[in-house]
Design a protein around this ligand. Structure first.
Ligand SMILES: [Zn+2]
Ligand SMILES: [Zn+2]
Length: 134
């Protein structure tokens, strides 16, 4: 008989999201390290394959633990009222009418998608390093 899996402990969610972000960060660092090893005589294909596999599995788990939900709780939709500011994630302009979000803790503003994706992977504000998941 299989042991039933205990229900998801809500208070553990922030820890899991934090772990998820740290793992993603590690994968991104390893991927850029691998890129620099393109001419290496070592056969790194299996390592590459493993990284891609872990990245895919992490992505699936991110829905299970509600990582995006937790990130979005820390962001507020804002409307852009003037042109000229730059989104520090994509280094493109924040234009009037763009979907944008403000980090609740520090008030820095980015494109909505840019900061949601960024926060999932890095969990700090790219401009002031405020911990978005704090
Ligand atoms: Zn952007
Ligand atoms: Zn900030």
């Amino acid at each position: 008989m299989s042991v039933p899996i205990p229900p998801f402990a809500e208070e553990r969610r922030a820890d899991l999201v934090s772990l998820h972000a740290a793992l993603l960060n590690l994968i991104i660092m390893l991927e850029s390290l691998l890129e620099q090893q393109a001419n290496s005589s070592l056969n790194l294909d299996y390592f590459r394959w493993m990284l891609a596999d872990v990245r895919g599995k992490l992505w699936i788990v991110s829905w299970e633990i509600g990582a995006l939900g937790i990130v979005e709780e820390r962001l507020r939709e804002v409307s852009i009222v003037e042109d000229g500011n730059i989104c520090a994630v994509c280094i493109d302009e924040l234009k009037i009418g763009d979907e944008a979000s403000r980090v609740v803790g520090c008030s820095h503003v980015y494109h909505r998608e840019c900061i949601a994706r960024w926060a999932l992977e890095n969990h700090t504000c790219p401009m002031c390093m405020y911990d978005i998941l704090e």
